[in-house]
Design a protein around this ligand. Structure first.
Ligand SMILES: Nc1ncnc2c1ncn2[C@@H]1O[C@H](COP(=O)(O)OP(=O)(O)OP(=O)(O)O)[C@@H](O)[C@H]1O
Ligand SMILES: Nc1ncnc2c1ncn2[C@@H]1O[C@H](COP(=O)(O)OP(=O)(O)OP(=O)(O)O)[C@@H](O)[C@H]1O
Ligand SMILES: [Mg+2]
Ligand SMILES: [Mg+2]
Lengths: 259, 259
């Protein structure tokens, strides 16, 4: 079972879009895939038509069970999506209080890790969508992942935060002795602007060993796809955005074969 | 002294861009303006060339002082920007641990409110940039603001979260007996996509009484401006994005005259 987290503390860089696009492509290829939404704002959960405000069972249920030391069959919190081969572990807005409630309590970093152990033969791939903040939810994602995908918008402000994100990952990796590898994914590349080209050049000069060789271009079809509640590669397979995520997935599967 | 917060729990909707653009225009008109960065990720602080990782004095200093009940002259944490009439109260990444450290302690909702009291004659306007999450920092911003600007991307996913954001504001308004008014600002409107038009229609049908009548269009110049560390209205005054924020500011100043 391959576990990939999609993380970046900067907001709006394409984390949810990356998780949905890759998961759609994997399900289409026949890989049993699970998407996990760790964002209290629940974009991924809303994408598939569920309401993070009113949902009864969610990731939050798993944290509550861990605190009360009761066993919850994880299958009871899982949802089917309308895409065959793609399941969802939804978020609830109640997750927003996790740091306040449990942040300083020990042992809360492995709740997702322990829940996933039960499923190692049921799914080929797990993709975890992270919130735009550092806290117990991000630590949980990093603690169980083989690979962390870091979408970075090709613009100046987003680059400023990249050093910090790498420091954060280094600290968590050290503290929990985790083996995950990072891959930086340049997103929303707009070939019409100089800022995009300059930022890509900066990334290639300073982060070459953890940077994906290609880019995800700006594509207005992503918004249309989210309205239809479908990953773009299933909504418009020949669009620029779809072809780019397809190339990314091919590269990731090849890298996994090698390691 | 007018105090405006710019808030939305969804990431990447244009909060920092809105705060910077309006503050640049106000300073240009000769209004003494203070920008406050309450985002632990520090986009606003980075925008003006400071490093939220290494900065010594910041908003965090004010919270520490409040907990230790020592008086910190707020002027000692303020920075000048290169734009005359525009000052900055920077963020530090240390802010990320506030909810874990002080979240359940009482009285932490008024730290910014109390700090601003000392400045009521020094500044005409204060604009507060908020993080994409609900917590003690957002509560501080709402607790001292006359008006809350809510940038919302004109796309499906961003609309899904809008109901929840309004609930959050209602809850905080109720709990702290606050008078703030909201204004929803449609951002990144892309007239080429059907999704933008459909979402704008949805906003106009469902949120008419708190929605701004115009939109902020997609404009690639925003990225160029952030690279130059200047608000777009000072970088390219005749660009579409600048003209739209100028119209927004004129409307806001007119509404304030009336109330
Ligand atoms: N390559 C792209 N081209 C154009 N638009 C894109 C692209 N990738 C994502 N988007 C759009 O940008 C917006 C933000 O994307 P998304 O919600 O995936 O970011 P995020 O990092 O998950 O945000 P958050 O920090 O709130 O979790 C969405 O409207 C999405 O449709
Ligand atoms: N109207 C616009 N047209 C095009 N790009 C825009 C527009 N407004 C903002 N942007 C760009 O979108 C990105 C996100 O904007 P910004 O950082 O202001 O969002 P935010 O809501 O503050 O994000 P966060 O949730 O991380 O705080 C930036 O690269 C910015 O330059
Ligand atoms: Mg997201
Ligand atoms: Mg911001």
């Amino acid at each position: 079972m391959r576990i990939w987290a999609v993380a970046n503390q900067k907001g709006g860089v394409g984390k949810t879009t990356t998780a949905v696009s890759l998961a759609g492509l994997l399900a289409e290829k026949g890989h049993e895939t699970l998407l996990i939404d760790l964002d209290p704002h629940g974009s991924l959960t809303s994408y598939f038509g569920h309401d993070p405000d009113t949902i009864e069972k969610s990731v939050y249920t798993l944290f509550q069970a861990a605190v009360n030391q009761i066993k919850v069959p994880t299958a009871s919190v899982m949802l089917q999506t309308r895409i065959s081969g793609l399941s969802l572990l939804p978020a609830s807005t109640a997750l927003v209080s996790l740091d306040r409630q449990f942040g300083s309590r020990g042992g809360m970093g492995l709740v997702i890790h322990n829940a996933l152990r039960q499923w190692s033969d049921r799914f080929d791939n797990v993709i975890i969508d992270c919130p735009p903040m550092l806290g117990v939810l991000l630590v949980n994602a990093l603690a169980c992942s083989d690979r962390v995908l870091v979408p970075v918008q090709t613009e100046f402000l987003a680059l400023k935060g990249l050093e910090r994100i790498k420091h954060t990952f280094e600290r968590v990796r050290h503290a929990h002795k985790l083996p995950f590898e990072e891959l930086i994914i340049p997103t929303m590349f707009d070939r019409r602007t100089r800022a995009s080209h300059d930022s890509l050049k900066f990334l290639r000069e300073n982060y070459a060993e953890t940077l994906w060789e290609m880019v995800i271009p700006v594509d207005t079809n992503f918004r249309e796809a989210s309205k239809a509640g479908l990953p773009l590669p299933l909504f418009k397979p020949q669009s620029r955005g779809s072809l780019a995520y397809k190339a990314l997935l091919d590269d990731l599967l090849e890298r996994d074969m090698v390691t």
